[in-house]
Design a protein around this ligand. Sequence first.
Ligand SMILES: Nc1ncnc2c1ncn2[C@@H]1O[C@H](COP(=O)(O)OP(=O)(O)O)[C@@H](O)[C@H]1O
Ligand SMILES: [Mg+2]
Length: 285
Amino acid sequence: MSEEHGLLEIEEGEPVGDEFEEIDVADTEADRIARRQDREFLEFRKRIKNTEQFKVEASVFDDATLGALYKLVQDGYVDAFGGAISTGKEANVYTALAPDGEVAVKVYRINASDFRHMREYLDGDPRFEGIGSDKKKVVVAWTKKEFANLKRAREGGVRVPNPIAIERNVLVMEYLGAENDRAKRLNEVRVENPETTYEVVREYMRRLYRSGLVHGDLSEYNVVVHDGELCFLDLGQAVTVHHPNSRSLLERDCHNVAAFFARQGVDADADALLEAVTEADPTAE
Ligand SMILES: Nc1ncnc2c1ncn2[C@@H]1O[C@H](COP(=O)(O)OP(=O)(O)O)[C@@H](O)[C@H]1O
Ligand SMILES: [Mg+2]
């Protein structure tokens, strides 16, 4: 890991408020494509299901998910799908080729068995009022939430993968890493300069908080090092600061982060971190 972790410069723009646009989970074009099942879609489905990378996982892609992948190809966001970089509990992440290089494609599984915990994060978030408990709607909302959170974090000066496109339960974002070599997570590298690294993480946590968000699953497993820069990942579960659980989620984030850096020899403490993250913004009116 390199010596410096230059902080991302904050872009000038609208100040971030607490209001969020309501998130629409009505049927998407992908659902319509899957229902219509015309010849081109059927061919795409055959082709995708026969590619090496997807063979094992073909069963996880229901028709509507294939419809979403097909739509992303049609819309020019993706040219070809690559291999899996991660198969997680709720989502798989793949690399893909796009017109301007590589991208990462995160596919949330509608039938993931433990989707119920998603509800706990969605309940109490003003953006998702009235979503109900329909599995598909919850997962689609979750995907949209990750997209919106990535945008918001970025606007607030936090280095995260640039969100590129979203279709139903599929999110396309900037790929972090080199060819065939995804960016390493903090738990996978030897942190050469733990003090500086800790300062950058703390500053990004503070910026995220000032953007009105709490990550909610922050630890060395969701921070990667890319080109000598730190990037936060996995913002699907991030909640607004007004969420009834935002405080306890933030406390947990602080605890995880401080514990990791304390193990690296940094004088890091969860309470001090919490204080630093939530301290009033001196530049705000
Ligand atoms: N944009 C990306 N670029 C490179 N690798 C990524 C990207 N997004 C995710 N990954 C890899 O996939 C893993 C899982 O992604 P993540 O968003 O954390 O999902 P999960 O909810 O399964 O933890 C990450 O730990 C990281 O290694
Ligand atoms: Mg993760």
